[in-house]
Design a protein around this ligand. Structure first.
Ligand code: ZN
Length: 88
């Protein structure tokens, strides 16, 4: 497998006994979704650095998505509950 970023061959390294591909040039780590899942599951059991890093990354991604949503909806006011009793 080649590095998708710099097109160099990837070296196989082991993380939590799961083989993953690491690029020796950009040090990028490339995972199959299955490999990723395996590592996350193993990390979950141990609360290793990766799961902590991953959690904070997830939190960041989530925030980013929420921000994106807010930005996308910026032309409309925040949604109100649909069944608000009307005062008239
Ligand atoms: Zn690379």
């Amino acid at each position: 497998m080649q590095c998708p970023k710099c097109d160099k061959p990837l070296a196989e390294v082991y993380l939590r006994e799961v083989p993953i591909e690491q690029c020796q040039t950009c040090e990028g780590i490339w995972l199959d979704s299955g490999e990723f899942q395996l590592i996350v599951e193993r990390e979950k059991a141990e609360e290793g650095w990766l799961s902590r890093a991953f959690k904070s990354w997830l939190a960041g991604t989530k925030k980013e998505k929420e921000l994106q949503k807010t930005l996308n909806n910026s032309s409309t006011p925040p949604a109100e509950p649909p069944s608000m009793p009307m005062e008239s």
